[in-house]
Design a protein around this ligand. Sequence first.
Ligand SMILES: [Zn+2]
Length: 267
Amino acid sequence: MTTLLRSYLMSECRRLMTRSLPSAAQSAGAPPRSGIHMCVARRATPRGGAPAPRAYVSCLDCKWPPETRECWKCKRVTDRMREMFFCTPCDVVQSPDPAANYFDVMGIAATFDIDLAQLRSRYRDLQTKLHPDKYAQKSDTERAYSALQSTAVNKAYWRLADPLKRGLYLLELNGMGFRDGEVEVDEGFLLDVMETNEAMAAAASVEALAAIGEENEREMAALVRDVAAAFADDDVTRARWLLACMKYRDNIGDKIKQIRQERFGIV
Ligand SMILES: [Zn+2]
């Protein structure tokens, strides 16, 4: 790769990275996916056209994430994990770390099989510490950072508490995220889904619909166990396929709720 092309790609990479950094003013809108860096440098080919940005958890070419962070107030170099929310000596709330993924935010290992009670307790603890009421008398910067951190914690919690969302996020971190229809599931499974849809359409009573819902929940629980086993075996390809099946089951769950409301008036 020529030096010129490389320096162009580096600047492009930094530009994308800067765009993805949340600022104090960015309290609304759609922030970037936490902990994922959009980089063009690693997709570069010397003769190719403009490389498409691609998500990476870390990027060796532009050295993202940066190795250190510093407290915006005392300028001391802080520990990325232990001081993600507060600088220890000055006890001041920090800006969200753009390199932190949702597992980092919640202080747990990036695995599928997580301790939900621990996640919930961490969430409550952080939301108490970051509650806006605590910052009413503080500086504008602290108020802005606490609001951003509180939002980051909320997002992390809801994304990780749900097994389907957690699994899809783990795929993204592995660079194997997918859109609807991108992963082929087997014919037998699709037939099963089709039959369930037909049974839902024909359900003449709340009880009949509830029975379909219970069966779907059982299937979903089995898929969750299989996904956990696949991730535990580092078989991300199998986890991806199983998560695609989970999306179908999740859709059935949503449809059941909708039919309960529309056909039987139960909210
Ligand atoms: Zn400090």
